[in-house]
Design a protein around this ligand. Structure first.
Ligand code: ARG
Length: 480
């Protein structure tokens, strides 16, 4: 309801009383109360996790004798039917029933009758939702970990092919020193490797089970928390029932990891956008990941990359939003925490999409080697190589070599020449001990070849690093 609700009080009748908690209420909720309170419009995506959690709980109640085995069997059968109805799309979610938990339980009652009322023994929606949400976030983390690996794989493949393809490296967005395209791509592989590590790490801490915390204090029933934890793939039950229902740091950690990953994708997307401009012309991108303009026939727009660049806003916004929801909340559960879901769902899905789009872009992007090479040679990008030669061959202190090189660059600039083309005599006029050997370090190819220090851009290094990564990624993919 958008406008027009007066929100007047309506007396409770058999029909409109809330079946789950209506016992002591004399009036039904105002329309606006329902609107602000209900979460079913978005938490229905938790239905698979909710049913999984309920089945684990019901089985445990049966095995411990808290309910009869016959009732447990009925509940399990009914939950399977609910799951099938949701999957087939025939399930009708009702706002009056607030959230996914009560929608599922209410349908269960229609299917199996009074035994459904025993499912909520020794449980509260507080530990129920904490469990569902953890399971959901865990699934999303697992899938994101795989997607990061796929993007890394695409980058590594391209890096192997272009281990020796020279391009300008930039600092301050100014040509700095030549690097190789493969080296540049592997920089992102490293970043994504740390991103993956953050997800793996957060997942390990996340993997404890809140179910059995009940409302906040635990329960007087002899439940087996070890059993339900194990059944749901958790490493152990959470050790404190208040903590179990009160914290969402697991979602925050995953959102923080997601924000950093999305930030990395955004930087790379920005580079793709820049490289694709006619002014740069460093790469070509297939029709599959670009769009045309409805008015300018010549255009090819990098929409996919631009959207990847933008997605970080929603992801980091979700992190900030949840952090602010949690800030200042007293223990244990408060309804504020229902606000944990929408933005988290959106953020994790946005990152999934961003990773998938970027993987496609990387597979399809082709560097224009001649353009990159020519650009790499402009802007006196081998000036550092010249200075290094003076240090190595003439034993000049680096500071002095820097000064001499500066004078040579100035001479080149005055004559409108690249460093490679400055005549030997012109250099000797500045530093008489310079010999023709210096030209060997002034080409961009020799410049990158010489950068053999560990982690440097030499094609040899890059090819080796790419091979190492390919092996590591294979192991990681097999390990999960
Ligand atoms: N829909 C609620 C949520 O997402 C479920 C828990 C409700 N608990 C309660 N005590 N009202 O947080």
């Amino acid at each position: 309801m958008l406008f027009g609700s007066r929100g007047g009080a309506v007396p409770v009748t058999e029909k409109n009383a809330n079946k789950m908690w209506g016992g002591r209420f004399a009036q039904s909720p105002a329309e606006i109360m329902q609107e602000i309170n209900a979460s079913i419009s978005f938490d229905k995506v938790l239905a698979p996790q909710d049913i999984r959690g309920s089945k684990a709980h019901a089985a445990m109640l049966g095995e411990t004798g808290i309910i009869t085995r016959a009732d447990a069997r009925e509940i399990l059968r009914g939950l399977d039917q609910v799951a099938a109805e949701i999957e087939s799309g025939s399930f009708v979610f009702a706002r009056e029933l607030e959230d996914v938990h009560m929608n599922v339980e209410s349908r269960l009652k229609e299917i199996i009758g009074p035994a459904a009322g025993r499912l909520h023994t020794a449980r509260s929606r507080n530990d129920q939702v904490a469990t569902d949400f953890r399971l959901f976030v865990r699934d999303a983390a697992d899938s994101l970990i795989r997607s990061i690996g796929e993007l890394q794989g695409a980058l590594v493949e391209k890096a192997e092919v272009h281990a020796g393809t020279v391009m300008p490296g930039f600092t301050h967005m100014q040509s700095a020193q030549p690097v190789t395209f493969g080296h540049h791509l592997l920089a992102y592989v490293e970043m994504l490797g740390r991103d993956r590590g953050r997800f793996v790490d957060a997942r390990r801490r996340l993997n404890e089970c809140p179910l059995g915390s009940a409302a906040l204090a635990g329960t007087s029933f002899p439940i087996d928390r070890q059993k339900t934890a194990e059944e749901l793939g958790f490493d152990r039950p959470m050790a404190n029932s208040l903590d179990g229902v009160a914290d969402r740091d697991f979602a925050l950690e995953i959102l923080a990891a997601a924000s950093i990953t999305a930030m990395h994708l955004s930087r790379f997307a920005e580079e793709i956008v820049i490289w694709m401009t006619p002014q740069f012309g460093f790469v070509r991108l297939s029709d599959r990941f670009t769009t045309g303009s409805s008015i300018m026939p010549q255009k090819r727009n990098p929409d996919a990359a631009e959207l990847v660049r933008a997605k970080v806003g929603r992801v980091a916004g979700a992190f900030q939003g949840l952090l602010m929801v949690m800030k200042g909340l007293p223990l244990a559960y408060s309804k504020d925490m229902q606000e944990d879901k929408e933005a988290t769902f959106d953020a994790l899905d946005s990152l999934r999409l961003g990773l998938a789009a970027m993987t496609g872009i990387v597979r399809d992007v082709e560097p224009v080697a001649e353009t990159m090479r020519a650009a790499a040679g402009r802007g006196y990008s081998t000036a550092t190589d010249l200075a290094d030669w003076l240090v190595r061959e003439l034993k000049m202190p680096f500071r002095e070599a820097h000064h001499v090189t500066g004078s040579i660059v100035k001479a080149a600039e005055d004559q409108g020449l690249d460093l490679e083309n400055v005549p030997l005599e012109a250099m000797q006029a500045i530093e008489p001990r310079i010999s023709k050997g210096i030209f060997s370090v002034l080409s961009v190819e020799n410049s990158v070849k010489s950068r053999k220090s560990y982690g440097g851009t030499s094609p040899q290094n890059v090819a080796k690093m790419a091979r190492n990564w390919a092996k590591r990624l294979e192991k990681e993919a097999a390990g999960r």
